[in-house]
Design a protein around this ligand. Structure first.
Ligand SMILES: [Fe+2]
Ligand SMILES: [Fe+2]
Ligand SMILES: [Fe+2]
Length: 413
C-alpha cells in the first residue's frame, strides 16, 4: 500500500474537530490561512510557515468539551492566563505524541498567551515560538470576523481591535505584518470564501510526507483520545472496539497488515461522533426519534471525512459501516449482507460487544454472558454475522480480557 499523505490526514482531522459546532465551521482552516499569510508577510522560511499552518489546522483539538470550545469564541475570553492556556496545554499534550507534529504542538502550546505575559513565562524557562504569537493573532482575527455580513465593512473595526492590542495582547511585529496584509482586499475575500479548503490544499500540495500503517496506528490512537474523551462513558470505547476487532480478525486469518488496518478502523470508527452534541451523547435514557436522527449522522461523517484521505480504502469501509446490518436495516447507507465484507462484519460485532459491556448513562455495564445473549438474538434477527459471533463465542473470555487490558492502558480504573 502506498503511504497515506500526512497533509491529507491533517486536513481530515481538522475538519473533524470543526464538527463540534456549526459556529466552528472551518474555523481551523481559516485560522491556518490567516496564520500562514502573516508568516509569509514576515518572510519566514517555508518550513516554518508550514508548521504554523499545521498548528492552525489543529490548534483547539484539546478543547474537548463543547462549551470549552465555544468560550474561546469571545475575543477576550478567560479571566486569567491559566484559564486561557488550559486547552492550549491539552492540545499540546495530545499532538506532541506524534513526532511529525512536534513543532506545530510547541506553537499551539501558547496560542492564547498575551505578548505582555510572555516575559514571566520566559523567566521560568519557557521557550515561546514566534509561531505562537502569530497563531494567537490569527485566531482572534477569525473570532472577530462575522461571516454572515459583508467583510470589507468590518475590516476597519477588526484592524482597530487588533492594533489597540499591540504590545499588550499581541506582539508588535506580528500586528505590523497583519496591518500590511489587511490592506489587501483579496485577503478578506479569501477568508470568507467557500474555497478556503482548496486554498489550504494548494499550500500543502508540495508536502509529500507520507505515513505507513504503523504511523497511521499511532496517529489514530492519538485522535481516538479526542473522539472518546468528550464523554466519560465512552472514554475508552474506540480502543476497546479496535482491540476486539483485531482479536477477531487474527482468529479469522487476517494478514498482519490487515490486522493493523482493522485496528486503525476501530480506533477511528466513531470519528463522526465529534458532530454529536454532548447532551445527546450523555442523555440519561433512550433517545427520542429526533435525537436518534442526529445520532445516525455520526457514521456518515466518519465516512465522508475518511474518504477525503486517499489510500485508506478498506480502513474507511471497516470504520464507517459499523451500524449497517446484514438485513439492510442499519444506517446510513442501508447496505445489506452482500455489500458488507468480513472486516465490516467484524467491526459491527466488536462495536456491539464493546458497547454492551460498557457502562452507559442509562444502564450499568452488562456481563459478557448477557452481552452474548443479546448478540445471539441479533444474529437470529439477521443483524450481525453468525460466523463472526461464533468466533467471539468460542473465545469470549480471552477476547474480553484483551479488550479490558487495552482499555485499562487508556483509563486505569
Ligand atoms: Fe484556542
Ligand atoms: Fe481557535
Ligand atoms: Fe458508532
Amino acid at each position: 500500500m502506498p503511504g497515506i499523505l500526512l497533509t491529507e490526514i491533517l486536513m481530515g482531522l481538522s475538519s473533524a474537530i470543526d464538527l463540534v459546532s456549526p459556529q466552528m465551521a472551518d474555523h481551523h482552516k481559516r485560522v491556518a490561512y490567516i496564520a500562514y499569510s502573516i508568516s509569509s508577510e514576515i518572510g519566514l522560511p517555508e518550513k516554518d510557515r508550514l508548521s504554523i499552518l499545521a498548528a492552525g489546522l489543529l490548534h483547539d483539538c484539546g478543547a474537548i468539551h463543547d462549551d470549552e470550545k465555544l468560550k474561546t469564541f469571545r475575543f477576550d475570553f478567560g479571566d486569567s492566563m491559566e484559564e486561557r492556556l488550559e486547552h492550549c496545554t491539552k492540545s499540546w499534550q495530545i499532538l506532541s505524541g506524534i513526532e511529525e507534529l512536534r513543532n506545530p504542538a510547541e506553537i499551539i502550546k501558547y496560542h492564547h498567551l498575551y505578548w505582555n505575559e510572555a516575559e514571566e513565562l520566559r523567566n521560568e524557562g519557557a521557550v515561546i515560538p514566534l509561531g505562537s504569537y502569530i497563531l494567537h493573532l490569527a485566531d482572534r482575527v477569525d473570532v472577530l470576523t462575522d461571516r454572515t455580513s459583508e467583510v470589507l465593512r468590518q475590516r476597519d473595526d477588526i484592524v482597530e481591535m487588533i492594533r489597540s492590542g499591540s504590545g499588550t495582547m499581541f506582539m508588535p511585529d506580528v500586528v505590523d505584518a497583519f496591518l500590511e496584509l489587511s490592506g489587501r482586499e483579496y485577503f478578506w475575500f479569501d477568508l470568507v470564501s467557500p474555497y478556503i479548503e482548496g486554498l489550504i490544499g494548494d499550500l500543502l500540495r508540495y508536502n509529500r510526507v507520507s505515513a505507513d500503517l504503523n504511523k497511521m496506528v499511532s496517529i489514530a490512537k492519538v485522535f481516538t483520545g479526542i473522539i472518546d474523551f468528550r464523554s466519560s462513558f465512552t472514554a475508552a470505547h474506540s480502543v476497546g472496539v479496535a482491540e476486539c476487532a483485531v482479536q477477531l480478525a487474527a482468529k479469522m486469518s487476517f494478514s498482519k497488515n490487515d490486522q493493523k488496518r482493522i485496528k486503525i478502523a476501530g480506533l477511528l470508527h466513531d470519528l463522526g461522533k465529534l458532530s454529536i452534541p454532548l447532551d445527546i451523547l450523555e442523555k440519561q435514557g433512550p433517545l427520542t426519534p429526533g435525537e436518534f436522527n442526529i445520532m445516525r449522522k455520526h457514521t456518515f461523517y466518519s465516512y465522508r471525512i475518511l474518504s477525503r484521505i486517499h489510500g485508506l480504502d478498506k480502513i474507511n469501509e471497516w470504520a464507517s459501516l459499523h451500524h449497517e446490518r446484514l438485513d439492510g436495516s442499519g444506517y446510513p447507507f442501508k447496505l445489506s449482507g452482500r455489500n458488507l465484507d468480513i472486516g465490516s462484519r467484524i467491526m459491527a460485532v466488536s462495536d456491539v460487544f464493546t458497547a454492551l459491556t460498557e457502562k452507559r448513562p442509562y444502564r450499568e455495564a452488562l456481563s459478557y454472558a448477557d452481552a452474548l445473549g443479546i448478540i445471539n438474538k441479533m444474529v437470529k434477527g439477521k443483524h450481525l454475522d453468525g460466523d463472526v459471533v461464533k468466533v467471539l463465542r468460542l473465545h469470549t473470555e480471552e477476547i474480553n480480557d484483551f479488550k479490558l487490558q487495552a482499555q485499562y492502558r487508556v483509563i486505569p480504573t
